[in-house]
Design a protein around this ligand. Sequence first.
Ligand code: KIV
Ligand code: NA
Length: 274
Amino acid sequence: MKKTVSTFKKAKNNQKLSMVTSYDYSMTKILDQAGIDGILVGDSLGMVALGYENTLSVTIEDMVHHTKAVARGAKNALIVSDMPFLSYHINREDTIKNAGRLIQEGNAHAVKVEGGREILDKVEALIKAQIPVMGHLGLTPQSINMFGGFKVQGKSKSQIEKLIEDAKLLEEIGVFAIVLECIPEKIAKLITEKLSIPTIGIGAGRYCDGQILVVNDMLGMYSDFVPKFVKQYKNLKMDIEEAIQNYIEEINNGSFPEEKHIFKIDEKILDEFE
Ligand code: KIV
Ligand code: NA
């Protein structure tokens, strides 16, 4: 069944939502056919697919390019595309244009932006332009230089108050869901109970309305840094290493390719060349 932002809103208090990131066509096709509710073309792209140290170098061009590939692979999942660093901070016009590219060229159904009160007028502009918006609070990786690193958020009284207020503000302005990243479970539970839109947790415990993980993390394909909240459902790094080692060995000892992998030619035609 095709998932929409209405599917997401209706899931609140009824059904848990499953999300995962993706950056290309082949992976997306597998995720979609497995029945995932939502696919985020995350700006984590910068780290897991492009090899940057953080997400700050990702451009709107990068996001459009990868969103196109992902959208071609999905039939049923809701496609959300991340707005990269500084693409929604300058003014409302630029924000709408940039988000518009993710929708119009990229074929995403919705965009995600990091932050609360600081970007509220931009979120409002997007929603007025009929672009569905997913919020993102807590450890928002585009603010890494302000936080001084990837650190759990929402631990002090002032941080908790700000988180709750920002979640409320985003809900009031009309976002259809909010990602909560790296905050204590009890704070995520509190926020989830206060909202009538779904929360999607990553490192935010068991009481969110849904969960999201970076696909390379959960499949064990990205080992530069494995956060505490990641569960590795597979160790594909090991499987891939083993497959590649077998391949190298078989090339060297002549056991690949086999007869079934080759193309043949009519011997009579060949005779003319021998
Ligand atoms: O870019 C990303 O992968 C994300 C998720 C971790 C929520 O923003
Ligand atoms: Na992101």
